[in-house]
Design a protein. Structure first.
Length: 119
């Protein structure tokens, strides 16, 4: 099991930027693909971005393409989400999640970090 701790959330004006971090406790971090998800009040959790175990391939939700960038540093056991040109509708709790390579589901989740975008 992987312990995940997100940080970097906060209040930002529309059009601003934030960088989220997610630190993992495991020594086998490179065995995991990582993802970012978010959940707004009253809405279902939705996919934001994902990255393969070595960072070679990334995936973004269509609405975030060109504005959000996921990256990872396996030496620091950390995954990042750089968010630019933020919109008020992207206000949500952002979660990182870990999926062991060859698994189809994310098995471990962080506690989330609040991102609030003011208009």
């Amino acid at each position: 099991q992987v312990q995940l701790v997100e940080s970097g959330g906060g209040l930002v004006q529309a059009g601003g930027s934030l960088r989220l971090s997610c630190a993992a406790s495991t020594d086998t971090f490179s065995n995991y693909a990582m993802g970012w998800f978010r959940q707004a009040p009253g809405k279902e959790r939705e996919f934001v971005a994902a990255i393969t175990w070595n960072g070679g391939t990334t995936y973004n939700a269509d609405s975030e393409k060109g504005r959000f960038t996921i990256s990872r540093d396996n030496s620091k056991k950390t995954v990042y989400l750089q968010m630019n040109s933020l919109k008020p509708e992207e206000t949500a709790v952002y979660y990182c999640a870990a999926r062991i390579v060859l698994s189809r589901e994310y098995s471990d989740w962080g506690q989330g970090t609040q991102v609030t975008v003011s208009s």
